[in-house]
Design a protein around this ligand. Sequence first.
Ligand SMILES: Nc1ncnc2c1ncn2[C@@H]1O[C@H](COP(=O)(O)OP(=O)(O)O)[C@@H](O)[C@H]1O
Ligand SMILES: [Mg+2]
Length: 248
Amino acid sequence: MTILRVEGISKSYSGALALDNLSFELQAGEIIAMIGPNGAGKTTCFNILHGQLRADSGQVFVGDACTSRMDTPAILRLGVGRTFQIAATFHSFTVAENVQMALLARRGLLWNLHSQAGDLCRKEADQLLEQLGMLAHAARACSVLSYGDLKRVELAMALAGDPILLLMDEPTAGMAPRERLQLMALVVRLARERKLSVLFTEHDMDIVFAHADRILLLEQGRLICQGTPAMVRADPRAQRAYLGDNRD
Ligand SMILES: Nc1ncnc2c1ncn2[C@@H]1O[C@H](COP(=O)(O)OP(=O)(O)O)[C@@H](O)[C@H]1O
Ligand SMILES: [Mg+2]
C-alpha cells in the first residue's frame, strides 16, 4: 500500500530552484533515507510534505488524500508526524508532561493541562517512555537532559500522535556517533513494531546503509538515483555525487 506519493514537486526561492520536479513513493512500513549534500533540497521537501511550505507545482498524496494545499494541523491529522533537526520540547516541563501534552494535543484536549490535570494520559505517556527507554527520566525537567535523551523525548512526542508516517529531518544531528547509531536502531525497531513508515535524512552513511530499506539521492533539487542500499552503493552517479569514500 502506498502511504506517500510525491508527484513532480518543484519549489524555488526568489528564482533559485531548490526542488526540481521531484517524484517518489513510500510504501507502508518502508524506511527510506533521503540523502544528498547540503543545499540539495531535503529540508525544503520535508517542509512541503508537512505543510510548512507550498510547492510551486506538483502534488503530494498521503494515502488517497491530496495534501498539497493542506496546512500542518490537517496533515498531522492524516497521521504524518515529524521530528526536527533541533530537538523541540518544552524545557521547563518534565519529560512525562511533554509526552502528555503531545497525547492531549492529538485528542484536541491541550487546554486541559492548564487546569493542573497532571494525571491525564499519564499511563499512556509512561508506556511510550518505557518503549523509548526513558521511563526512569519521566519526572525530570527536559532542561536537564542530555541531548540524546532529549531526542528520545521528541521521538516519544512524535509517536504520541500515533502517526502512520514519520518524517525525521536529520534526527541524529548534534549527537555523538554511538548515540546516533542507538537512536536510529531504536527508530527502526519501533517503526517495524508499529508498521510505521519513516522518511529520514542523515549525513552519516553508515547509519543510512545500515537502516534504510531504500535510499533517495538528491542533488540540486533533483532525484539522481534511488533504490536499495546495494543499488545506490553500486550506482556510479551516486558514487560520483556523494558517496566518496563510503563505497565498498
Ligand atoms: N527560506 C529560504 N530562503 C531562500 N533560500 C532557501 C531557503 N531555504 C532553503 N533555501 C535554499 O534552497 C536550497 C535547498 O535547501 P534545503 O532544502 O535546506 O537543502 P538541504 O536540507 O538538503 O540542505 C539551498 O540552495 C538553500 O540555500
Ligand atoms: Mg536540511
